[in-house]
Design a binder for this molecule. Sequence first.
Ligand code: 2AM
Length: 194
Amino acid sequence: MRLFAAVLPPSERLDELGRVVDRLRGLPGAGGVRWASRDGWHLTLAFMGEVDEALLPEVRARLERAASRTPVFPLRLHGGGHFGRRTLWAGVAGDLDTLRLLAERSDAAARRAGIAMGEHRRYRAHLTVGRGRGEGVAMGPFLDVLDGFEGGRWEVDELVLVRSELPVSGVKGEQPRYERIGSWPLGGGGSGAG
Ligand code: 2AM
């Protein structure tokens, strides 16, 4: 199964982003973007790829520990950015140090459970809202709107394990299906580091 660890913003925060994305979808050029469906919006902490089901108990145990060692922290959706002409995303602000710590701990948890995580790339927190079709799209007009976006703050209080099922039907534009298969509370108090 294909898995990743994530932070899932609460629905009122997704509503705020949804209103901005509705504006983006009305811009010229929006047809060149495959818009990610709102019920799948997430902040990836660690992408694990295909994971042997036999490793799952160990993955779960280690993610639980990673979560419990990390304090609850504030975050908000803020602005946006892009990776080339392909990926358009909303950004985050708030306690990014603790977000990064949780991402690193999730990555380490997966590695120690025996998952080949590939090379360690710098963590860049983002919530993908759309992907350019074909050769990609000019991102400028979308970024102009996303730049002014400030979502409300929330407290991140859980780490979620998500299963991703890629579309198999071949229907154009079909989205992956995401399913929560585990979640663990963050540890509450503490200093944020260590
Ligand atoms: P993206 O949003 O930038 O595409 C599920 O695929 C999640 O894991 C997505 O949020 C995706 O990021 C992220 N991810 C990170 N590395 C990935 C990879 N090598 N292949 C697919 N998804 C990856």
